[in-house]
Design a protein around this ligand. Sequence first.
Ligand code: ADP
Length: 213
Amino acid sequence: MNIILLGPPGAGKGTQARRLVEARDMIQLSTGDMLRDARKSGTEIGKIVAEVMDRGDLVTDEIVIGLIEERLNGERKGGFIFDGFPRTLAQADALGDLLQKHNQSLDAVVEMQVDDDALVARITARSTCGNCGEGYNDFAKPIPADNKCTVCGASDFKRRADDNEESLKQRLMEYYKKTSPLLGYYYAKGDLRTVDGLAEIDQVAASIAAVLG
Ligand code: ADP
C-alpha cells in the first residue's frame, strides 16, 4: 500500500508516519527529513536548502522530486508513506508519473485536519530526540524529568531551526498557497480521506487505520 499524509506543518504527519512504519512495516519517505540530512552533510545542495528551509519557503520541485525518485528505486516493504511530499501540484504530477513508471499506484491520500491556532501552539512547543527521532511536546508529552528519551534513553533533544513563529507563518502561507490545492486534486481523483488531526495521537492513529481499511 502506498499513501500520502497531507496536512499543514505541525499536523502530526511525522508522528503518524512513525506509527504506520511500526504497525504495517511501511517505509516513511519524509522529504523534510531527507532535506535536513542533506543540510547536515554540508554538500552544496545542503547549503542551498538550509537557507530556504529556515525562511520557511519551499525547496525547488526539482530537488525534492530527485530525492523521492532515488528512494523509489530502493526497497519497498509494506509500501511507502509519503510524508511532506508532494507539496505542489507539479510534485503531485511527478509522483503520479514516478509511481506509474515503477508499476505502483497510490492507495490513499490521508488529510490530517488541524486548525491554525493548534498548529502554532504545537510547533513552538515541540522537540525530538536527536538519536531516535521520538517526538516530544512541552505540554502534551514533555521530556522526562531524568532528561532521557523514553524510547532509546539518549539525552540529546533538539528543536528545529524553522520551528519559530516567523518561519512558521511563512510555512503556513506556503501551505495555503501551494499545498492546499492538492486537497481538491486528490479529491477529484477519488483518493482523499480526511481524519481529525486534533484528537489524541492514538485516536488519530485509529482513524487513519479505519480509513485505510
Ligand atoms: P513541516 O511539515 O513541519 O513544515 P517538514 O519537515 O515536512 O516540516 O519540512 C520542513 C521544510 O523542508 C519545509 O518548510 C520546506 O522548506 C522543506 N520541504 C520539505 N518537503 C518539501 C517538499 N516536498 N517541497 C518543497 N520543500 C519541502
